[in-house]
Design a protein around this ligand. Structure first.
Ligand code: PLP
Length: 500
C-alpha cells in the first residue's frame, strides 16, 4: 500500500470525498509553481514529442482505479508518464501548422474559469459569462476595425463556426424550410451549392457533409498565382450551376489560408454574393487577428459586408485553446437555425424586447465554457498596442525568414508571405525531379523535427512538397529564425553528402 503523506491525510479528511480546502491550496500552489517552471523552461523540451504510438497507452494500467489515490502520486505520474507524450505547442520552437501561445494572462483566465465551472447556456446560468462575452467581443471588434453592426459569440473552434454559418445560410434560403422539413425525399428541394477556394480549410467541406449538402455540394474554385480565390471563376461557376438547376446559397472566403496564408479578395467576392443573394462567410481564423495592428486592417477589407466572420484568438491572439470568435450581422438568422427551447430551459427574463441573450441559441451545443474570461484578460493585459506590437514582430520575423530563403541558392520560396508563415523547399541546382525533391525535403524536415529544437510541418503547393515555417509564438525570437535556418541548411548538407 502507498505510504500516505500528511497532505494525503488532509485529502482524506473531507467527508464529501472531494479534496480538502487546505490540500487544494497546497496542491494548487504546487501546480502553479510547476506551471511557472514549465513556462520558463518550455523551450528545453523536444518540441515534437519524441515518442511512438502506444507508448503512453501501454504504460498506464488497463483497469480503472478502485481506491482513492494520493494527489502526489497522480502529479508525479503526470510528470513521469504524461509529459513525455506532450508536443509543446507553447514552445518558442513550435513552428508547425500555426504557431500559437497560451499567454500568462490567458492561462490564468483559464484557471479561473475552471474553478468557477459555470455553464453559460442561459443568461441566468451565468449572467457575467454571457455579458462579458458580449462586451469582450465588442472590444475585439473595435480593435479589428469591424463595424458595430456585428454580433459576436465564442465557439470552441472555427470548424464549429463554419458549420453554424452554413446552417444559418441554408436556413436563410427563402421557401425551403429545411430546418422543419429536412431535405431528403423532397423533389421540390434543388441540390444546394456553396463555394470556397481550393485552398479553403477542410472544415468548410466537413460542414457540407454534416449539413446533408454533401461533398459535391461544395464547388471548389481555382486560385491565382498568389493562392487567392479566382473571382471570375467564382461568378462563372455560380452562373453555370444556376443554369444546371443547382441552388447556390453561400460562399466561404478565407483571410489567411491554412497552407500559404493567402487572402481571398473579399471586396470582389462580397459584390458577387450580393448580386446572387448568397451568404458570405469569411474564415479569418488565422489572418483576422493581424487586424489588431491598424496597419494590417486591409486584411479585413470587405468583411464589414460579410454575413459572418470567424477569428480565432486561440491561433494568433495569445489566448489558450479553445476560443474561436464568430461574428455575424444576422444573429436572427443564426438563431432561426438553432434556437430550440424546451420547457426546462425557459426562463422569465428571456421573454420580451429587452431580454438578454441566451448563448445556447447560437449553435448546437447547449453547454458553454466561460471562454470570454481568458480573452478579456488577454485583451486587457496586452491592450491593442501590445497585441499589435507582437503581431508586427511576428510579421517581421516572417519577412526575415522569407528574405533568407530568397537569397539562398539552394532553397526557394513557394508562396508570398503576407503574414508570418513562410512556404519553402530545398531545391539544389540540378535537381528537378519532383519525386526526388519531395523525398529530399521530407528527410530534411524530419531531421529538424527529430533534433527537437523546432517543429515544422508541410503542405503541397502545385504538387510541390512544401515546408512551412509558421511563426506565431510570443517567445520566438530572431535567434530562433536564424537557428531554424541553420538546421534546414545543415539538413540539406547532410542529405546531399549522403547521396554522393
Ligand atoms: N480555418 C483555417 C484557415 C485554419 O487554418 C484552421 C486550422 O488551422 C481552421 C479553419 C480550423 O480551426 P479550428 O481548429 O478552430 O477548428
Amino acid at each position: 500500500m502507498e505510504e500516505r503523506t500528511s497532505l494525503d491525510l488532509a485529502q482524506q479528511s473531507n467527508a464529501t470525498g472531494d479534496m480538502d480546502t487546505e490540500a487544494f491550496r497546497r496542491y494548487g500552489h504546487q501546480v502553479v509553481d510547476w506551471m511557472a517552471d514549465y513556462l520558463a523552461g518550455v523551450g528545453e523540451y523536444p518540441v515534437l514529442a519524441q515518442t511512438t504510438p502506444g507508448t503512453l497507452r501501454h504504460s498506464l494500467p488497463t483497469h480503472p482505479p478502485t481506491h482513492p489515490e494520493a494527489m502526489e502520486t497522480i502529479l508525479a505520474d503526470f510528470d513521469r508518464q504524461i509529459m513525455p507524450g506532450i508536443t509543446h505547442w507553447n514552445s518558442p520552437g513550435f513552428m508547425a501548422y500555426f504557431g500559437i501561445t497560451g499567454s500568462g494572462p490567458g492561462i490564468l483566465g483559464e484557471m479561473l474559469s475552471g474553478v468557477l465551472n459555470v455553464n453559460a447556456m442561459l443568461w441566468r446560468t451565468s449572467p457575467a459569462a454571457t455579458e462579458l462575452e458580449q462586451v469582450t467581443l465588442d472590444w475585439l471588434r473595435q480593435m479589428l476595425g469591424l463595424p458595430d453592426s456585428l454580433f459576436g459569440v465564442i465557439n470552441d473552434t472555427a470548424s464549429s463556426g463554419v458549420l453554424y454559418a452554413l446552417a444559418a445560410a441554408r436556413e436563410a434560403i427563402p421557401d425551403l424550410c429545411i430546418r422543419q422539413q429536412g431535405m431528403a425525399g423532397r423533389p421540390e428541394v434543388p441540390r444546394l451549392r456553396y463555394y470556397a477556394s481550393q485552398e479553403a480549410h477542410s472544415s468548410v467541406e466537413k460542414a457540407g457533409i454534416v449539413l446533408g449538402v454533401g461533398q459535391e455540394g461544395l464547388r471548389k474554385i481555382g486560385v491565382d498565382h498568389e493562392f487567392r480565390m479566382d473571382v471570375a471563376e467564382l461568378e462563372r461557376a455560380i452562373q453555370e450551376d444556376i443554369a444546371a438547376g443547382w441552388r447556390p446559397f453561400a460562399v466561404v472566403a478565407t483571410v489567411g489560408t491554412t497552407s500559404t496564408t493567402s487572402v481571398d479578395p473579399v471586396p470582389q467576392i462580397v459584390d458577387i454574393c450580393e448580386r446572387y443573394g448568397l451568404w458570405l462567410h469569411v474564415d479569418a481564423s488565422y489572418g483576422g487577428s493581424a487586424a489588431v495592428d491598424p496597419a494590417m486592417q486591409w486584411v479585413l477589407a470587405g468583411c464589414e459586408r460579410a454575413d459572418s466572420i470567424i477569428i480565432n484568438p486561440h491561433k494568433w491572439l495569445f489566448t489558450p485553446i479553445d476560443c474561436s470568435v464568430f461574428y455575424t450581422r444576422k444573429p436572427d438568422a443564426v438563431k432561426a437555425a438553432f434556437s430550440l427551447v424546451p420547457e426546462y430551459l425557459r426562463s422569465a427574463e428571456s421573454i420580451g424586447e429587452d431580454a438578454p441573450i441566451n448563448l445556447m441559441d447560437y449553435g448546437t451545443s447547449l453547454g458553454r465554457r466561460f471562454r470570454s474570461l481568458k480573452l478579456w484578460m488577454v485583451l486587457r493585459y496586452f491592450g491593442q498596442e501590445g497585441l499589435a506590437a507582437r503581431i508586427q514582430e511576428h510579421n517581421r520575423l516572417g519577412q526575415l525568414a522569407a528574405e533568407w530563403v530568397d537569397a539562398s541558392p539552394d532553397f526557394e520560396r513557394l508562396a508570398p508571405t503576407p503574414f508570418s508563415v513562410v512556404c519553402l523547399r530545398a531545391h539544389p541546382q540540378g535537381m528537378d525531379d519532383e519525386a526526388q525533391l519531395q523525398a529530399l525535403n521530407e528527410r530534411i524536415m524530419n531531421r529538424v523535427n527529430a533534433a527537437g529544437h523546432y517543429f515544422l510541418s508541410h503542405t503541397k503547393l502545385h504538387g510541390k512538397y512544401t515546408i512551412r515555417i509558421a511563426i506565431g509564438n510570443l517567445h520566438t525570437t530572431e535567434q530562433d529564425v536564424c537557428n531554424v535556418r541553420e538546421e534546414l541548411k545543415a539538413g540539406l548538407a547532410v542529405e546531399l553528402e549522403a547521396q554522393k
